[in-house]
Design a protein around this ligand. Structure first.
Ligand code: ZN
Length: 67
């Protein structure tokens, strides 16, 4: 059993877990979401990750300039 990060909500979850609806990519609650809506969540998650990386780069960049 390994801990995974849900592709839709980003929450960590255990997989595989007995009697859990969780899938390889989604936690139990997101696995219950209608597929088209879940696809939208996946895309939002990807976009949020991209923005986080961008924000990190910007913060690092300004920190480097301050030195
Ligand atoms: Zn989830």
């Amino acid at each position: 059993m390994a801990e995974r990060a849900c592709r839709a909500c980003g929450r960590p979850y255990e997989y595989p877990e007995r009697k859990s609806a969780a899938t390889r990519y989604h936690c139990a609650s997101c696995a219950a979401v209608e597929p088209n809506a879940r696809k939208a969540l996946d895309l939002l998650r990807i976009e949020i990750r991209r923005l986080h990386r961008r924000l990190d780069a910007i913060e690092k960049g300004s920190a480097a300039r301050d030195e």
